[in-house]
Design a binder for this molecule. Structure first.
Ligand code: ADP
Length: 500
């Protein structure tokens, strides 16, 4: 493998001010009913950060009871007043931006400068966006004549459940809490066992501005605590972000009770580079789409790179140079570009995929490779941005979601051919097209079978843009007005006979 410039390692843990480490139920910070705990590890040094309660079905039950009690009053609060509470949360999050960013970096392993600070800023944006939308929870009147008043009204669903993963714990918690609460619901959120502290910190901020029990947070393992929430008989909607396999079990649990679900699942998104785009800004765009500075632990990673044959070699050369320039190291170091994977399980999986690539004589390793076994990077779950060239779209590494920095480059010559390959995936979350010919790029964008396609850039989500996947990448949208209306409220029609 190529050698990387390794970042500095410091005893930076002291600069992280951790927030709550217990569950939030009915406004109280509580241990688990069963008294069991789970240790949470820092992925950069494998040291224990702190322990959290290993919540069970008993904790979920307590949280649902607290949420039901809060919901009775919260649903009657005028939407604009609910919105104002969210705006205060946004201001409070902004005032605590650096603290939040450091918690994110410390527990996820995402680099502070490139990832954690932007994520902390996005959390405030999410609350500010939904805080302004209270007035949009409105209905219609129907033109049925003078003797009938028929109108629709938006009502909250009740107690809703959210389950979030570890890869963007701040953003993903915020996009469940803010729309649910603005629409008048109470929420029980199950946070990820590998990165719970970001969400607990956000919950603490929420708690300063909301009545007790409107937002409740339970901690614990997925099959215990998460499954109990998904199957709880009095949860009226589940909003899940995580793997496709678990998403399937969430749908199965909801089928028992006929309650709505929204799912944001995996991806294996195509990045298509046309022959007129052999330029540095495209190389930057492809790397950004691949989310290398998040160790590619992103559902929207453009992890299948389709490069036109005529520019294949020159583009790859430029990409190798960029990949080699990242500084990998301590997530809390300002100089670090790329942090670490989340845990030993993911580290083992990603190394397994890389080994598979090394063992495949049909492909060529052109950058990265297996992580170093010695030196500072071996203290944590650090990997190296890796590129396999001359890959086939049928290859396992081109079909399966790796959730690590392993990019495969696939050559193409013909537009129909590249579209066929791009759409030959059971995922359909995102897509990227790069071409100087904008009309052509838009034509290709329209043909990509994914919920979100970017042309000539590979950036992150923006509030207000409906975000959600096609095919096995998900159901429903998030991050938009429509997602709040469709995902967290229900429409009632009232018809009044006025001819008395
Ligand atoms: P990943 O490990 O890639 O984040 P998962 O889908 O396993 O993806 O986890 C996402 C979230 O779902 C986490 O909060 C996890 O605890 C939770 N989870 C895992 N298994 C289950 C399950 N069987 N039922 C409900 N939630 C689960």
């Amino acid at each position: 493998m190529t050698t990387k410039r390794e970042g500095r390692f410091s005893e930076a843990d002291a600069s992280v001010r951790l927030g709550p480490t217990r569950q939030l139920i009915g406004g109280e910070w509580v241990d688990g009913v069963d008294g069991r705990t789970l240790a949470v590890e820092c992925p950069a040094n494998k040291r224990v950060i702190a322990s959290i309660p290993r919540g069970s079905a008993h904790d979920v039950e307590r949280a649902v009871v607290a949420a039901e009690s809060a919901f009775a009053a919260w649903r009657r609060v005028t939407p604009s007043v609910r919105g104002r509470a969210l705006l205060r949360i946004a201001d409070d999050l902004e005032a605590n931006h650096e603290t939040l960013a450091r918690i994110i970096a410390h527990e996820t392993g995402n680099a502070l400068r490139t990832q954690a600070r932007p994520e902390a800023a996005l959390c405030a944006d999410v609350f500010r966006y939904f805080g302004g939308l209270g007035g949009e929870l409105k209905g219609d009147t129907l033109p049925l004549g003078d003797d009938i008043l028929s109108y629709t009204r938006r009502e909250p669903l009740g107690v809703v459940g959210g389950i979030v993963p570890w890869n963007a714990p701040g953003t993903l918690s915020s996009i469940k809490i803010a729309p649910a609460v603005c629409a008048g619901n109470a929420l029980v959120l199950k946070v990820a066992e590998d990165a719970p502290f970001t969400a607990l910190f956000i919950a603490e901020v929420c708690q300063r501005h909301l009545p007790p029990g409107v937002v409740n947070v339970v901690t614990g393992l997925g099959p215990e605590c998460g499954a109990a929430l998904a199957a709880h008989p009095r949860i009226s909607k589940m909003s899940f972000t995580g793997s496709t396999a678990v998403g399937r079990s969430i749908v199965a649990a909801s089928a028992e009770r006929i309650v709505p679900v929204s799912l944001e699942l995996g991806g294996k998104s195509p990045a298509i580079v046309c022959e007129d785009a052999d330029e540095d800004w495209v190389v930057q765009g492809v790397a950004s789409a691949m989310r290398f500075t998040r160790q590619s632990q992103s559902c929207t990673a453009g992890s299948r790179l389709f490069l036109h044959r005529s520019i294949y070699d020159t583009f790859i050369e430029k990409l190798i140079a960029l990949m080699g320039s990242y500084r990998i190291g301590d997530p809390l170091d300002e100089a670090t570009d790329v942090g670490t994977l989340i845990n030993g399980k993911q580290f083992g999986r990603v190394c397994g995929y890389i080994q598979d690539g090394l063992d495949n004589p049909a492909v060529k390793l052109v950058a990265g490779g297996l992580p170093p076994k010695e030196g500072p990077l071996s203290a944590g779950y650090f990997t190296v941005p890796t590129l396999f060239a001359s890959a086939s779209n049928q290859w396992r590494l081109a079909q399966e979601e790796i959730f690590g920095p392993v990019l495969v480059a696939i050559p193409w010559s013909d537009e129909d051919e590249v579209l066929r390959m791009a759409n030959d995936s059971h995922y359909g979350l995102a897509g990227y097209v790069f071409s100087r010919n904008t009309a052509r790029a838009i034509r290709i964008a329209h043909e990509i079978d994914s919920g979100w396609v970017q042309v000539n850039q590979g950036k992150g989500q923006i509030m207000g843009q409906p975000y959600g996947g096609f095919k096995q990448s998900g159901l429903g949208k998030e991050m938009s007005l429509g997602s709040m209306l469709e995902g967290f409220s229900r429409l009632k029609t009232v018809t009044v006979n006025l001819a008395l």
